[in-house]
Design a protein around this ligand. Structure first.
Ligand code: R7I
Ligand code: MG
Ligand code: MG
Length: 382
């Protein structure tokens, strides 16, 4: 193994450098040996092999990483809570009502954050994805009064009366749901597997499968989780490395439904023109719906276009109209993973509800998720 000065500050490097040097990961299962796993490692090792001055990877300290975990979870909470007042609006109407954002009042989260918190708890408990435990956490913690959609409501209700985790995903939709419910909650997976692209892809699909067995629903979760994972390794003070991110996303989505590749093509084309799309155009070209393939690509486009400016990114997400809480929540998670809590607006955070599972709980949970990740990788790196 070769050693690059500064790397020992973050044990993650000790994990993926050997993988990069021998780029065949043999994890088995869905994502282990996929081109995604290989490509991510190649991309990373290429950068390691020829380190550029501006790559954050060289100095990702535990403090920065912990702040990024907080940023992603609180970013999802913020986007969801601020976006939920605009659901179902047309882009122009959402834009018109945007002044509500400057008013101060207690902002409540919806199912997006509710499930994100439950998933984070399960990952902490099991040190990874265990569908049986996830089902238990969803049964225990999902508050079905928080704006859940029918597919997930029926799945959670069935879990509560004793159905197994693998029995509930087709209760409403025979072929499984292609809603964005798995993507909206997946940020803890992106955080926990940010160092391991193959593991991330596998975990995103496995975690989705309790409620979303339709490939569009599952791979929407892969796209969102990868976006969060890639955001973690970006320098918080700089814009995203967009081209690299798109290359990595393309490889991560290889083998998934063609719709996501087409969306990436559109994003690439728009970025190459060097002009930002207007809200109505994003809604038209990439979507603003409750379907995973009509919301995750839009969230990804907005996040990589507006980050590191968190407020602008959230405003832009909300201005799409449609599924505003979810698109803003996904944008918030990606941008939050990029900039960390330090890059989030304090006056917005203060407005978030702070009950038993409110903002203080969410921050504490992100810290526990980080500590769990840290302990595993410290141990495994010796
Ligand atoms: O995916 P899911 O949890 O919904 C998440 C959304 C987010 O916007 C949340 O903020 C919340 O508002 O709900 O719940 P599902 O019911 O599985 O999927 C969402 C919707 O997508 C469904 O209610 C349907 O309208 C649509 N949908 C489908 N329609 C037809 N055939 C999903 N799958 C199908 C399908 O197979
Ligand atoms: Mg919601
Ligand atoms: Mg929604």
């Amino acid at each position: 193994m070769f050693v690059i000065p500064g790397l020992t500050r973050n044990p993650v490097f000790l994990n993926w450098i050997p993988a990069g040097v021998c780029p065949v990961l043999d994890r088995g299962g869905n994502g282990g040996n996929s081109p995604a796993a290989r490509h991510f490692v190649r991309a990373f090792s290429f950068e390691i092999g020829k380190p550029k001055k501006d790559i954050l990877l060289m100095s990702l300290s535990p403090e920065i990483l912990q702040d990024k975990f907080r940023g992603a979870i609180l970013g999802c909470f913020l986007g969801d809570a601020f976006g939920s007042g605009f659901e179902g609006m047309e882009p122009d109407r959402a834009m018109f009502h945007m002044s509500i954002l400057s008013k101060k009042f207690a902002r409540k989260y919806t199912d997006d954050t509710d499930m994100t918190l439950a998933l984070a708890e399960s990952i902490i408990q099991c040190r990874g994805i265990d569908p049986e435990d996830m089902a238990k956490q969803f049964s225990l913690h999902c508050d079905l009064t928080r704006g859940y959609a029918i597919g997930t409501i029926r799945a959670v209700e069935a879990l509560r009366v004793g159905f197994k985790w693998y029995e509930v995903a087709r209760i409403v939709f025979e072929n499984g749901s292609f809603g964005n419910g798995a993507a909206m909650r997946v940020s803890p997976v992106g955080l926990f597997y940010h160092h391991d692209p193959g593991g991330l892809q596998e975990a995103a699909i496995k975690h989705a499968s309790i409620t979303h067995v339709h490939p569009l629903g599952q791979w929407g979760a892969v796209m969102q989780a990868c976006s969060v994972g890639l955001a973690v390794i970006q320098n918080p003070k700089e814009p995203f490395k967009k081209e690299q991110m798109l290359v990595n996303l393309r490889e991560a989505l290889w083998g998934g439904p063609i719709g996501y590749m087409k969306a990436l093509n559109k994003i690439e084309e728009v970025l190459s023109r060097g002009k930002r799309l207007q809200a109505r155009e994003v809604a038209q070209f990439l979507g603003n719906g409750v379907e995973a393939h009509l919301s995750v690509p839009s969230a990804c486009y907005i996040a990589i276009t507006y980050s590191p400016d968190f407020c602008d990114a959230i405003r832009s997400a909300i201005s799409l109209g449609g599924d505003t809480d979810t698109i803003a929540g996904m944008v918030g998670a990606i941008v939050g993973a990029h900039v960390g809590e330090k890059g989030l607006p304090v006056e917005w955070i203060e407005q978030l509800e702070d009950g038993p599972r409110g903002r203080s709980f969410a921050r504490g949970l992100s810290d526990r998720l980080f500590e769990t990740w840290w302990k595993i990788h410290q141990t495994s790196s010796g």
